[in-house]
Design a binder for this molecule. Structure first.
Ligand code: NAD
Length: 307
């Protein structure tokens, strides 16, 4: 494969200014320019959104996200277009987000900010705050994201357990279960963090049975994809007192509808799919793209190739 002209699709502006990535890629051999849906002179494209036009126009597509559930992988394979993703760069950002949200819920930080907006001097009830130290966290999915969460949770003294497809010993965890033992893994956890990809196996993975299996004082953290959780069942579990709360970065439908009941619970923290946001994001993408341009032009295997 020979990449003479690399396009940065303007949809990356949803995450960072495309010019930043173009300038960071100045040192690569191919010409780099910002493109819209007209891809005539482009051999490869870096993008946030999928466009069917990619399948007829380019040889390689790089997604600036880790999740690839919104890209038609079979069509890429049929068209002979290589597809790479950005897995591996979100461990620190999403790890800090997850531990930050758990700290907020445990230390009641969100309630202080809410009270500040009302200019109210309100202390929590004596038995509301707790520490993360010695609390049990179960992380479902122990890839880049999950291990990033596990490492930081271990750092604040949480007892971390994991669930992954192949239940091998993983740093910063005390035990790792396979997917078939999910209920055992979550039964005793104060926090359950979802960090798996959206696949046929994980769609709707958390529903009434899983919420019933969790402790009544447990919190759900979802940084994976909204569809991994059955949102109606989550609302029912919160209403029934089967769960204490949640920190949700992703939703079945994004943006979250203004009528959604999830906005209204004091102990449900809603964020706009921004757990991975950080000012250096484009630098991490530039590193991956630079590496893969070299691989492509040397006819070597791509890093992070998914299709
Ligand atoms: P990764 O490929 O490095 O890791 C995925 C892990 O999930 C692997 O360990 C895999 O074995 C495990 N897994 C797969 N199926 C499973 C199952 N049924 N049960 C338990 N574990 C299972 O990917 P990553 O970079 O860690 O990202 C994971 C997902 O997180 C992405 O696919 C994406 O959807 C989501 N994500 C969200 C954000 C955000 O901003 N909220 C940012 C990055 C990634």
């Amino acid at each position: 494969m020979n990449i003479d002209h690399l396009g940065i699709h303007d949809s990356v502006s949803i995450v960072f200014p495309p010019e930043r990535l173009r300038d960071a890629l100045e040192s690569v051999d191919p010409d780099v320019s910002i493109v819209g849906d007209d891809l005539d002179s482009v051999d490869a494209v870096v993008t946030f959104l999928h466009r069917d036009a990619f399948l007829d126009s380019v040889e390689w597509v790089h997604s600036i996200q880790a999740g690839y559930d919104r890209f038609p992988l079979d069509d890429f394979a049929d068209a002979g277009v290589a597809f790479t993703n950005s897995s591996g760069i979100h461990g620190a950002s999403v790890g800090e987000y997850a531990v930050g949200q758990m700290l907020a819920l445990a230390r009641r930080l969100h309630t202080f900010r809410d009270a500040q907006h009302e200019r109210e001097w309100t202390r929590p009830d004596w038995d509301e705050p707790f520490t993360l130290f010695d609390e049990r966290l179960t992380v479902v999915g122990l890839g880049a994201l999950g291990q990033g969460i596990a490492r930081r949770a271990d750092g604040v003294g949480m007892r971390v357990t994991g669930v992954r497809r192949t239940p091998v010993k993983t740093p910063h965890t005390r035990a790792v279960y396979g997917p078939q033992d999910l209920h055992d893994a979550i039964a005793d956890a104060r926090f359950v963090a979802l960090a798996c990809p959206l696949t046929d196996d994980t769609e709707g993975l958390f529903g009434p049975d899983e919420f019933a299996a969790m402790r009544d004082d447990a919190y759900l953290v979802n940084v994976a994809r909204g569809e991994v959780v059955q949102e109606d069942a989550l609302v029912d579990a919160l209403d029934a007192g089967e769960l204490a709360g949640a920190a949700l970065d992703v939703f079945e439908d994004e943006p979250l509808d203004s009528d959604s009941p999830l906005w209204d619970y004091e102990d449900v923290l809603v964020t706009p799919h921004a757990a991975a946001a950080e000012r250096d994001y484009y630098e991490h993408i530039a590193d991956l793209v630079r590496q893969n341009v070299l691989h492509a032009n040397a006819d070597e295997e791509f890093v992070n190739r998914v299709a």
